[in-house]
Design a protein around this ligand. Structure first.
Ligand SMILES: [Zn+2]
Length: 391
């Protein structure tokens, strides 16, 4: 099977969005909508990004149907409901909210898990929705990278395969999952993987195969709770002829396969986990618990560590640093200043540039660029704000 190449088109796009957005302003759970309300972004404050590309039901006449011979138009029923229950369960467990991006368009209008050409078939309104969907994911990833450094992206789907089990896609094909450990742990196959960054940096020093199907793999954790899946320690690879989705466009473009520090997995849920509301909610709780565990075990992000937004703070609506963008001198808001324990300034590469004593009211930036200012308060909370120095 020929492995597809995915072209990195997002670098400039992500950069432009990152400058436009400030992750600390919005309260977690704030709803942002794309054009015509086709795409929804529920903002988060933890290192998990969830996208739901195939659960939509809107069929606006302004977008023509996707009637090409090879176009798949079957929706993944109840995945928006499942994703919402999953997000709510994660919040119930941790007090934090994942970032959630939802395509509300029916797949007959937009396939949000394809490249732009195949997704929208050249129709400008569908193309705008595609850009909104992927732009919101990039926004969310930028926030996670700024606030946590690393994180996990999940593309949530539903399959109709006859084998009722969860299929976890890490961009490793079904026949490849059966290869010897030495092959799967080689640089070649790690570089094919959506867990590429995690293999290089994980808390327990586990190898690629451990993260795919070892005892602490996501599939194994869920399997132990009565939710069979592949790959997992119980079913390390699909047998010849068994159906399996190894991960699609979104997993490739938005995971560390494509670079960066956010890994990815496509989770394909079988029908028994989606169609019945009660079973769905119970499963969402188990999935939430195990995703949180996976992130804690391997990334070391404590399950209850949220990035607190400024609007949740008692001094809400107060900009922390101004003017922004500015030139060489920036002022710290008095409301922050009185509670400040430490202020650190990092450059765009994450390198510490300055540490400022708490009583300092003004900060000075010598070189133009984009910087991250991290303010630690006396009560232990931390805020971060991106500032732009123009000169
Ligand atoms: Zn799907």
């Amino acid at each position: 099977m020929k492995r597809c190449g995915f072209i990195i088109l997002f670098t400039f796009f992500a950069w432009a969005l990152a400058i436009a957005q400030d992750c600390t302003i919005l309260s977690p759970g704030t709803v942002l909508m794309g054009q015509n309300d086709y795409i929804e972004y529920r903002t988060g404050n933890m290192p998990i990004v969830l996208s739901i590309p195939h659960g939509g039901s809107l069929t606006p006449s302004e977008i023509p149907d996707r009637l090409c011979p090879d176009c798949v138009t079957v929706n993944d029923a109840f995945t928006i409901e499942l994703g919402t229950a999953l997000s709510d369960s994660i919040h119930a467990i941790t007090g934090c909210r994942p970032h959630v991006i939802i395509n509300h368009l029916d797949r007959i209008k937009l396939d949000a898990n394809r490249n732009l050409a195949d997704a929208a078939l050249g129709h400008p309104i569908a193309e705008q929705a595609w850009n909104d969907f992927h732009g919101f994911i990039e926004d969310a990833k930028t926030c996670v990278e700024e606030q946590f450094g690393t994180g996990l992206y999940i593309d949530l789907h539903g399959h109709g395969h006859t084998i009722e089990r969860i299929e976890y896609g890490y961009l490793i094909y079904e026949d490849e999952l059966a290869f010897d450990e030495s092959v799967l742990n080689s640089t070649t196959y790690v570089n094919y993987s959506s867990l590429r960054n995690l293999v290089a940096f994980n808390v327990m020093g586990l190898q690629h195969t451990d993260l795919l199907k070892g005892d602490f793999a996501l599939g194994s954790l869920l399997h132990a709770q009565g939710y069979p899946g592949v790959p997992s320690s119980a079913a390390p690879y699909p047998l010849p002829g068994e159906p399996y989705f190894s991960g699609g466009y979104n997993t490739a473009v938005h995971s560390s396969y494509n670079g960066g520090t956010i890994d990815g997995v496509q989770i394909e849920c079988n029908q028994a986990l989606r169609f019945d509301p009660e079973a769905r909610d119970i499963f969402a709780g188990a999935l939430a618990e195990n995703i949180v565990q996976f992130v804690e075990y391997h990334y070391g992000h404590s399950s209850s560590t949220c990035a607190v937004s400024i609007s949740e703070h008692e001094d809400s609506n107060v900009a922390m640093i101004h003017p922004n963008p500015g030139y060489t001198q920036f002022q710290i808001a008095p409301a922050m200043l009185k509670n400040l324990e430490r202020l650190s300034i990092f450059d765009s590469q994450g390198r510490l540039q300055q540490q400022i004593p708490p009583e300092t009211e003004y900060i000075h930036i010598e070189r133009p660029g984009v910087y991250m200012v991290v303010l630690r308060l006396k009560d232990g909370r931390e805020y971060s704000e991106r500032i732009i120095s123009l000169h």
